[in-house]
Design a protein around this ligand. Sequence first.
Ligand code: GRF
Length: 175
Amino acid sequence: MKKRIAVLASGRGSNLYAIERARKAKIPVMIIDYSLFSSRELYECALLSTMQQVKVDLFVLAGYMRIIGAAIVCSFPGKMMNIHPALLPSFTGLHAQRQAVEYGVKVSGCTVHFVDESLDGGPIILQHCVTVQEEDDEDSLAERILKHEHECFPEAIKLFCEDRLKIVGRNVRIL
Ligand code: GRF
């Protein structure tokens, strides 16, 4: 069955561009400017009501650099996917690539996961590894990881669209 997908982005949107169909399609865009709201609660109310109105099967967080509140997460269980530029559960939160370089890991990567109420802690769908080079800094590592993000995310979304992802506890089985 055909799925309807909405993408939440707050940055440059290269992951959105990597989703081939989205590139070709004329996607309706809605802007909810959080700077116009006097509190995070009010912003999230507006976001939730917009998300409820669009009636989609999946929300994809592609470079959505804000924490999604519990009220929103609980409204769409198993229907929100995020990409994180590290091999979770390592280096959650912001500047994951910088954290990896500073920690001195030899391998990092990216993780696509379902969103739950924890920070970057939901059930893992796919991960790609990227070797960290001795001369890497945050930017060079981020650039290499991003190339993998652009493969990993569309792959995970495709699996979702084919109904091949089954959440069992905190595991995701690929059918
Ligand atoms: C990506 O590295 C993503 O993993 C992180 O923010 C970056 C967003 O890139 N959450 P873009 O906006 O998709 O280009």
